[in-house]
Design a protein around this ligand. Structure first.
Ligand code: WTA
Length: 647
């Protein structure tokens, strides 16, 4: 057992103000005296009007609602930029590392960030954006993406970032759902030496949307694109015409800050809505507690701004804390598997924060790609997005971190805004594969299928028993769906959709999703989304999608497809279906396996028994593994599925 515990190294316990005892005491106080604790924490932000109350949330059906710091007034962009100008205007806010390592990085001080964001905000105003409008951001990982978010926040517009890898169809759906009137994009993106036709994708998407009035285009590559007169504006031309000052709009703490679409158990992605005060406080506090930022450090979260990790840990958390945040345009393994460490070396990063799937892929390439690069600047290693297998954890810790860097395994969700369960450097003994202990104010519980709270060491469904400041406030446009999805399964508690184990030390071990969401390379994918895409194909009658184990991605996508009566299965059609899903949703949804199935295992009431499909995808085809099939309408379907299993 002792080799599975990594105690806080001596140099850490003396080097940080956070200690084991203080962590425990803070957590206890945050639960016992929540109002006192949170009103005190609220002082880490700059308020136009400080809040007089903290938590006014209820998970109960009768008076359901999430509300924090409701009478406070502030602006997120002012908190991330303006308040730092008095003392650190010339400190670096953003370092940008380009996709191509032979190009020159771009660097922005807080003063330069202020000017860029103010001009961008004025361009948005000129394009007609007003407080409360929804602005869709479909951008590569360039500094202008961060400027765009902060510019929206500055004028009180609500941004909705759509990952640059999503297809025009997926983009159109998200624009329409929140009725965006402005889209911000770039001519093209670049990743791993390849171009991504962002503007062309926007043009395609807008054929299906009629809410959009203006498209603001950043010149990133200079590639040839079409501009529609009257609708499309070049950012550089517009910024030259506007003032470099733009007052920050005073916002109520509960005014919306952003929408971010995420997959759920149904076919339609949910617009997760976060608000101003609680979200920023949560991002800022957890960034400080997890990453022990010290003045002069370069902090690097290697995520994409298209995901919540990019929002909270590239932009809002670090900038609220006055940190230097590194943004990287490209891929961790291009042009060489050393690139991720080379980026850290070039900019003397103190933190590298990435996903387990990246580590598993790099681990395969061998240690030389790591050890040949100077990693002495790195003090902390973070991970997020999926459970980290102990083997990858140990490699990260011993090979990458030379045994001296804590591994900060942060468990959280788009819905939770920022980290919920995670180690704090200097204060938490580590166990490979465990996200360890809850952050202040977080009260995790493990419940069984009937909602009974389990005590001590146990395994079951992970729920959170009370609200925390960074909790999502609603599903955009569908408050009832918010309640039904997260608060109806176990009344009075927030249901995470994850399973977890708690050990005798109170450490949490996330075991993965318990719903129909799969986690492909740390990205959430609703199986229903892939199914909906498949059945849109003219040859497909029915489809069922499940996760399958995958060495690098964690989970892969296994699709069972029933063709229309007059269609014949073929290798060609299999390839065509895989390509179809890629174009409908985006490359991250590419099925790993398509198995043609004349029939799917259904109960007599017509419900597909996914349990059986999952087992077959996992290669577990013995009668014991498949369990009782007698309740199926046609048990012989299973024999056919087993006989034609792919892989
Ligand atoms: C999974 C990403 C284990 C989990 C921030 C969660 C994790 C889903 C971890 C949310 C972790 C995220 N250990 N599992 N450290 N971090 N997950 O919304 O299943 O993209 O519910 O947010 O990822 O994914 P999302």
């Amino acid at each position: 057992m002792s080799e599975n515990l990594f105690p806080v190294p001596a140099e850490w316990s003396s080097g940080t103000s956070m200690t084991k005892n203080r962590r425990a005491a803070d957590h206890a106080r945050s639960l016992d005296d929540g109002e006192g604790y949170w009103l005190e924490q609220a002082r880490r932000l700059d308020w136009v009007t400080p809040p007089s109350r903290a938590n006014e949330s209820s998970f109960a059906e009768g008076d359901f609602g999430i509300k924090w710091f409701a009478d406070g007034v502030l602006n997120v962009s002012a908190n991330c930029i303006d308040r730092h100008l008095a003392t650190r205007a010339d400190d670096v806010a953003i370092i940008w590392e380009p996709d191509d390592p032979s190009e020159t990085p771009r660097i922005f001080t807080y003063r330069e960030l202020h000017e860029n964001v103010c001009r961008f905000a004025n361009v948005l105003k000129g394009a007609g954006a007003k407080k409360g409008d929804r602005v869709t951001v479909y951008m590569p990982m360039i500094p202008e993406a961060a400027f765009a978010l902060l510019a929206c926040a500055r004028i009180g517009a609500i941004h909705s970032v759509v990952f640059g890898g999503f297809s025009p169809e997926a983009l159109a759906g998200r624009i329409t759902d929140c009725d965006s009137n402005i889209v911000i994009t770039a001519d093209e993106g670049r990743r791993g030496g390849k171009k991504v036709p962002l503007k062309t994708n926007v043009d395609e998407a807008l054929k299906h949307c009629n809410s959009v009035r203006k498209v603001i285009v950043v010149k990133a590559t200079g590639g040839a694109i079409a501009m529609e007169p009257g609708r499309d504006l070049w950012l550089d031309e517009e910024t030259a015409k506007v003032s470099s000052e733009c007052p920050a709009e005073p916002m109520s703490a509960e005014d919306p800050l952003f929408i971010l679409y995420t997959s759920g158990s149904t076919g339609k992605p949910k617009g997760v809505l976060h608000t101003t005060g609680g979200y920023l406080l949560w991002a800022s506090l957890t960034h400080e507690l997890c990453f022990d930022y010290r003045p002069g450090d370069v902090y690097w979260c290697a995520a994409d701004i298209g995901w919540v990790t990019g929002h909270s840990y590239i932009v809002y958390g670090p900038l609220a804390n006055g940190a230097t945040t590194l943004m990287y345009e490209g891929l961790p393994n291009w042009p060489t598997p050393s690139r991720i460490w080379q980026v850290a070396e070039r900019h003397k990063a103190h933190t590298v924060f990435t996903a387990p799937t990246v580590l598993r892929a790099l681990m395969k390439e061998g240690d030389d790609f790591v050890t040949s690069v100077d990693r002495s600047s790195i003090r902390l290693l973070g991970t997020v997005g999926e459970p980290i297998n102990p083997e990858a954890w140990r490699w990260y810790h011993s090979v990458v971190g030379e045994g001296r860097c804590p591994i900060i395994d942060t468990w959280w969700q788009t819905e939770t805004g920022a980290a919920m369960i995670a180690p704090m450097p200097g204060a938490t003994d580590l166990k490979p594969g465990s996200a360890t202990l809850p952050m202040p104010g977080v009260e995790p519980q493990i419940v069984d299928g009937d909602g009974k709270i389990l005590d001590g060491a146990c395994e079951g469904n992970l729920v959170i028993a009370r609200s925390w400041p960074g909790q999502m406030r609603t599903v955009y446009g569908d408050h009832d769906r918010f309640f039904q999805t997260y608060f109806s399964t176990f009344p009075g508690k927030y249901t995470t959709g994850d399973g977890a184990r708690r050990d005798a030390d109170g450490y949490y071990w996330i075991t993965g999703r318990v719903d129909d969401v799969i986690n492909v390379s740390g990205h959430r994918m609703g199986t229903a989304e892939v199914e909906s895409a498949l059945v849109l194909h003219e040859t497909v009658a029915e489809a069922a999608v499940v996760g399958m184990p995958h060495d690098i991605k964690g989970q892969g996508i296994y699709a069972y497809v029933t063709l229309n009566a007059n269609e014949e299965p073929s290798e060609e059609l299999r390839k065509a279906l895989i390509k179809w899903v890629r174009t409908e949703i985006g490359p991250i949804a590419t099925p790993d396996v398509v198995q043609f199935a004349p029939g799917l295992p259904k109960t007599r009431s017509g419900k597909i028994m996914r349990r059986i499909l999952r087992k077959i995808a996992e290669g577990e085809v013995s009668p014991q593994a498949l369990g009782d099939t007698s309740t199926l309408a046609d048990p012989s379907v299973v024999d056919n599925l087993v006989a034609n299993r792919v892989g």
